[in-house]
Design a protein around this ligand. Structure first.
Ligand code: COA
Length: 239
């Protein structure tokens, strides 16, 4: 559930051979300007034992899960490349290329709305052993052999608030077990209330705080991981 917008320190620059030089330069300049002089971002690391039984509420529509297919993009992101979900769409393209290059061990899944047969959610499972540059750029942990990470959950606007992400996250934990994981983790920005709620409903519990800071338009970046303070509460639950 990280890597949302390419502005979070991900090392996309220089890793994507398919992108033209001018397009890459323009994107890098835009990205740097968006960073600003200083920014801090707090995320919560959440985890779940994939074998622990969890009573997860069903979505308000019947769902099934299958591997992503290229035709799904048009349903998931009906707007053009600059409309709603443009960052997520670009991220999918980038990730697929990284998977093809062997830099990322990720599997992309979509949930299907069984009433219409259309994709209504996309999410990734990443396994251990992915490229160190991607890990450093995204401020992500080294995964153990029995760990997997859920990333980049996205529900198109017309399907939001129907419990789709919650149900799919639980289904994804089961898929993680299928690839040998015992523990599945995810990072969610502290201000992303719906993702935090959905992850918790799907059986995830917070265990770590990650603070990323960037200075001077992203030229200097730091990431710090700390155990969850004993008195920690999500911002939306604080008095
Ligand atoms: C975050 C996102 C995936 C949630 O998808 P979703 O399918 O709408 O999520 P759910 O319907 O399962 O809702 C999860 C929880 O958030 C709540 N919620 C949904 N929208 C909300 C909103 N706008 N404000 C507050 N809570 C909200 C739901 O009520 C539910 O909580 P509950 O179980 O206590 O009722 C979706 O909003 C999205 O794609 N956002 C853009 C991309 C993004 O932020 N991805 C996550 C990266 S970590």
């Amino acid at each position: 559930m990280t890597f949302r917008d390419g502005g979070d320190g991900t090392p996309r620059e220089g890793l994507d051979p398919a992108e033209g030089r001018i397009a890459r330069f323009v994107r890098k300049v835009r990205w740097r300007l968006r960073e600003g002089i200083y920014a801090g971002r707090v995320s919560v690391g959440l985890r779940r034992d994939v074998h622990a039984p969890v009573a997860v509420p069903s979505a308000r529509i019947p769902l099934s899960l299958r591997s992503f297919e290229p035709e799904d993009l048009a349903w998931l992101f009906p707007d053009d490349d600059t409309g709603s979900g443009a960052d997520e769409r670009a991220d999918i393209a980038w990730r697929l290329r990284m998977v093809e290059r062997g830099a990322l061990f990720s599997h992309c899944f979509v949930a299907i709305d069984e009433t219409s047969g259309r994709p209504c959610h996309v999410q990734w499972i990443t396994e251990a052993g992915y490229d160190a540059a991607i890990r450093r750029g995204g401020a992500l942990p080294v995964l153990g052999p029995d760990q997997a990470m859920l990333e980049n959950a996205y529900t198109p606007p017309q399907y939001r608030g129907m419990g789709v992400m919650t149900a799919v996250t639980a289904m994804m934990a089961k898929r993680a077990a299928d690839v040998g994981a015992r523990t599945v983790i995810a990072f969610v920005d502290e201000d992303n209330v719906s993702s935090l709620k959905g992850a918790c409903r799907a059986g995830f519990r917070p265990y770590m705080i990650r603070v990323r800071r960037q200075y001077a338009f992203g030229l200097v970046r730091t990431a710090r991981f700390d155990p969850l303070p004993a008195d920690y509460a999500f911002p939306h639950q604080r008095p």
